[in-house]
Design a protein around this ligand. Sequence first.
Ligand code: FAD
Length: 420
Amino acid sequence: MTKRVVILGGGTGGTMMANRLRRLYAPDEVEIAVVDRDDRHVYQPGLLFVPFGLTDVDDIVRPRRRQLRDGVAFHEAEVERVDLDADSVHLEDGRTLPYDVLVVATGTRLQPEETEGMTGPGWMENVFTFYSAAGASALARALAELDRGRLVVNFVDLPIKCPVAPLEFAFLADWYLRDCRVRDDVALTLVTPLDGAFTKPVASEHLAGLLAEKGIELVTEFATGEVDGANGRLVSYDDREVPFDLLVTIPLHGGAALVDRSPGLGDDLGFVPTDPRTLQSLARPNVFAIGDATNVPTSKAGSVTHFEAEILTENIRRYLAGEALDATFDGHANCFIETGFHKALLIDFNYEVEPLPGRYPTALGPLPLLRESRLNHMAKLAFQSIYWHMLLPGREIPGISAELQLRGKRAPVAAAGGKE
Ligand SMILES: Cc1cc2nc3c(=O)[nH]c(=O)nc-3n(C[C@H](O)[C@H](O)[C@H](O)COP(=O)(O)OP(=O)(O)OC[C@H]3O[C@@H](n4cnc5c(N)ncnc54)[C@H](O)[C@@H]3O)c2cc1C
């Protein structure tokens, strides 16, 4: 009998899963349906470049439908809720989609309203986020006008998508302001709730050094309690203040609202409790999760979503075949960190191994790890094309494996559990 797989979310993870499963099964074996509220697939890493005039929103958006293989049904609708007991999804337009297997790929939701004052006076005037297409475009206009004062970059708390993006924004802002010949008149500050530049010690030290080299002040352990746009003040819960003329903030992230509306599916933050090795939800054996929607303890990143898709495709096959699941997802993440001046760093890590220096082997030759290089920057730029043409269609990228490789990394890694 034909099985029904319903995928909630037609972003990075949902699209990859639909295409990978379509390649694996004939339409009479498995029906695949994707649901998303709109037909605009944003290449989100491109949002970083919009404020600096390096790309336009139109250049990073494509129709969702066109990214899906023939034989995948696309429903443009808001998902109202999942009924776990009835194995069905309720759409806001009144339709119901029954499933044998459900994949939750609904990402995160920005919650600026959760921080006092953030969306009050000044929002989209001197307080912006580049984490949405509208915010990134509006910020481009504000940055172009900035020629003196205090530019503050801040994220309120983890988890956020792409946790290195605030650092990248600060590095690019330094480069942009120098390019505009106003850097001497603009003080640049990165304000973080962390005790260093990044979560993992070796990378944190490297990145703090780079911030200092570029004259970017780092304010740590700052738990943002209030944004006062009218008076240009960022205020912490322990009453510290950082003044700004222009604030670039990354609001709190929660899981998708439909997770909250679906009894038994999510945790308090709206993320889906998920087995970190198999990606099966803890809610039901026939419900799986991928990407930013999960609560697995690794970065919320497209690279993670890509590596997860490989294991999750195999696990849905195993689930439908009645076999034991593959429990080998290791939390693998890699991220390019733009550092300005046409250079970038690369970090590669997983649940156990922190980002280490060395070299990252690829089919086209090794990329330096934790070291600025033009090659890394070019690879980051090339990634947009790889995203549309290889990642989303579910094609293998030669030389890139879902499992972290220790080859090329320099550090004591005896207990790391990766592959040599
Ligand atoms: C500025 C920025 C820079 C980034 N840079 C990088 C980078 O350099 N490298 C990297 O690896 N990652 C990066 N990321 C992160 C990456 O884009 C995400 O981790 C990735 O897209 C996650 O995929 P996903 O499928 O989990 O979620 P998404 O791609 O966000 O898809 C979720 C989908 O669910 C839909 N949805 C949610 N709720 C509903 C509902 N109720 N009804 C219908 N549809 C719904 C949404 O419309 C959305 O399309 C960046 C992100 C940002 C914002």
